[in-house]
Design a protein around this ligand. Structure first.
Ligand code: SF4
Length: 270
């Protein structure tokens, strides 16, 4: 959608912050005329693309006030998660959202619901929330399945009525399940994807939680062959926004190092 917008708007296309959490892809997008703004004063151009995780109201209103055409590329999975949270709030539930405080998806949710939603990052934060009655819980689409499961389990024991809506992204859930299986079968794990990509970071966390040597890299040259001494088989996983060309380059580099590899099956994002 961004590339189509760039083709149709010679006067420039902007996104608010990186379109996806992968600097290499963002670099390629810049080459075809899709720039990144992070200051409201910089929102000047012909078109504005709302990223997959949504954007704050102030940004959207500024883009419109500056006469920009708005292209809404919010992911339907994120829209569904937000809609379900709004419905819980309308039905009188105290809404708990399991997510990362600064993540755009949580920021826009908090902006829309204000005090009616509490974002909790981990079990300790969830335990500190004073529950008032009916409790509804959703998660950031890219949350750790394990974290969501544990917090839901804790909340269930603290409230008389708990409504749980599974808003995890299916593509992310499948990747995490694959990672759980893979870590038992390899001597090291290489996770390819943006260092700021939340779903990629979760995959690396799964490896580290099993004390498996785990390397979260963005590009092939971050791989140090010396770190694989004595390791026969390495698992390769990638984040949802990691492009195929980077994965192929990483696989090629590992092959040259002489490692046997186990790769997660490529799955389309729904
Ligand atoms: S990872 Fe899932 S929630 Fe995120 S943009 Fe892709 S499909 Fe949407």
């Amino acid at each position: 959608m961004s590339e189509a917008a760039a083709r149709g708007h010679a006067g420039g296309v902007l996104t608010w912050g990186p379109l996806i959490h992968n600097p290499q892809v963002v670099g390629r997008l810049e080459e075809v005329g899709i720039g990144v703004a992070d200051d409201l004063r910089d929102l000047v151009g012909e078109a504005f693309v709302v990223s997959a995780y949504g954007v704050e109201r102030a940004v959207l209103e500024t883009a419109r006030a500056h006469g920009m055409t708005v292209v809404d590329a919010t992911c339907p999975v994120v829209t569904r998660a937000h809609s379900l949270a709004y419905r819980l709030a309308e039905e009188g539930y105290q809404v708990i959202a399991v997510g990362d405080h600064g993540h755009p998806e949580m920021v826009t949710l908090k902006e829309a619901l204000g005090d009616r939603v509490t974002v909790v990052h981990d079990r300790a934060e969830a335990a500190a929330v004073r529950l008032r009655g009916k409790t509804g819980v959703i998660s950031q689409t890219t949350q750790s399945v394990q974290n969501f499961r544990e917090i839901v389990g804790d909340l269930a024991l603290r409230t008389r009525e708990l409504k749980v809506l599974n808003t995890l992204c299916p593509a992310i859930t499948v990747r995490q399940e694959e990672a759980e299986v893979m870590v038992a079968e390899v001597g090291a794990l290489v996770v390819v994807g943006g260092h700021h990509s939340s779903n990629t970071t979760r995959l690396a966390e799964i490896g580290r939680s099993r004390s498996l040597p785990t390397y979260h890299i963005e590009v092939p040259h971050e791989l140090d062959p010396a770190r694989f001494a004595g390791i026969e088989r390495v698992g390769v996983m990638s984040g949802a926004s990691t492009p195929d060309w980077i994965i192929a380059e990483v696989v090629e580099r590992l092959r040259r190092i002489g490692l046997d590899m186990k790769q997660a099956a490529a799955r389309p994002v729904p």
